[in-house]
Design a protein around this ligand. Structure first.
Ligand SMILES: [Zn+2]
Ligand SMILES: [Zn+2]
Length: 342
């Protein structure tokens, strides 16, 4: 079967892999139609993903079609279009027992810790498939990315009309903005890149976009009458930005770190205590997020139209990928199109 393998940092290769065979009990065999590309894939390509093993078949943002189901699988039939929840959890660890499947102690993510979806067909646990009658496989491939923002907004328990600052408008920040809007929060965005700031304005309807770090604190103070926002999200994955984010949080407010770095961040404890800040991490998402996002897209409350800016097929993916790394390419979401399905 056709596949694309990341052989080593910097080297994708058109390859072949073995047929996954017939699905066992509780499994489904799926045809991979669309694969979204994200920062995790770029880090793996650049060799900056720690503990990452090569060669690896990437692909964790998947829009798929069911080919066959194994014994005991209900509610799924061949031909069904699905999003794939790529977080394979152990079901027995302390996090799983608490329903926190997104941060399972032994979590294996398809396309990260084990081979993913850049190939024709794979077997997955049927319970990790979330189907929709009306969404396209391209829309379904966006659900995983949107889940990052949905889960983070959920972690922060945003209230209607609450003043919220989102720092960073890459794909994670955009998905945060989308769900902060769904929560009817009063949103400001701090994004230094004018192209990204404009995208958030035009496509997600964010009116308050700040782009100057020197004046950001004053602007945020003016907007909140000196209170500061009660919820702040950092989606930059930049250590300086994550450390500065503490300074934007209101007394009694909460800071959610969504982007992550491979190092330490520090903060001033007296300020942290004085404000009694609640500090939250947000990782991945859960089954209920996938289901909710699919219904929000179906209802038109989340618009996926602006997201996909770049596409390539099996034949031209390897060549296209390096171009997508350039900031000038303006990639929001690039998509590998493996199949022919709508
Ligand atoms: Zn991703
Ligand atoms: Zn677990």
């Amino acid at each position: 079967m056709k596949s694309i393998t990341l052989k080593e940092p910097g080297q994708f290769e058109r390859s072949t892999c073995h047929d996954p065979g017939t699905p066992g009990p509780g499994e489904a065999r799926i045809l991979i139609d669309k694969v979204g590309i994200c920062g995790t894939d770029l880090h793996a390509f650049r060799g900056r993903q720690p503990f990452f093993e090569y060669p690896r078949i990437l692909g964790h943002e998947l829009g798929v079609v069911v080919e066959a189901v194994g014994e005991g699988v209900e509610g799924l039939e061949p031909g069904d279009r699905c999003a794939v929840e790529p977080y394979l959890n152990c079901k027995t660890c302390v996090a799983c027992r608490a329903g926190k499947t997104n941060c399972c102690t032994h979590l294996r993510v398809l396309g990260v810790h084990i081979d993913g979806g850049m190939r024709e067909s794979i077997l997955v646990p049927a319970e990790k498939l979330h189907t929709s009658k009306s969404l396209s496989t391209a829309q379904l491939a966006l659900v995983e990315t949107l889940g990052i923002g949905a889960h983070a907004v959920d972690r922060a328990q945003l209230q209607r009309d609450e003043k919220v600052l989102v720092v960073g408008a890459g794909p994670i920040g955009l998905s945060l903005l989308q769900f902060a809007r769904v929560a009817s929060a009063d949103i400001a965005l701090l994004e230094l890149n004018p192209v990204r700031g404009q995208f958030a304005k035009d496509q997600i309807g964010i009116e308050r976009v700040m782009s100057d770090l020197d004046t950001a604190v004053e602007e945020v103070e003016a907007w909140t009458d000196g209170d500061l926002p009660t919820a702040v999200f950092d989606a930059t994955g930049n250590p300086q930005s994550m450390e500065s984010a503490f300074g934007y949080v209101a007394n009694g407010g909460r800071l959610t770190l969504v982007g992550l770095i491979q190092g330490d961040i520090t903060f001033k404890d007296p300020e942290f205590h004085r404000r009694e800040i609640t500090l939250l991490a947000s990782r991945n998402s859960r089954s209920e997020d996938f289901k909710r996002i699919i219904s929000l897209i179906e209802l038109g409350d989340v618009d996926t139209q602006p997201w996909i800016t770049h596409r390539a097929g099996y034949g031209d993916f390897v060549e296209s990928f390096s171009g997508w790394l350039e900031p000038e390419a303006g990639v929001v979401k690039a998509m590998l199109e493996l199949g022919e399905t709508a």
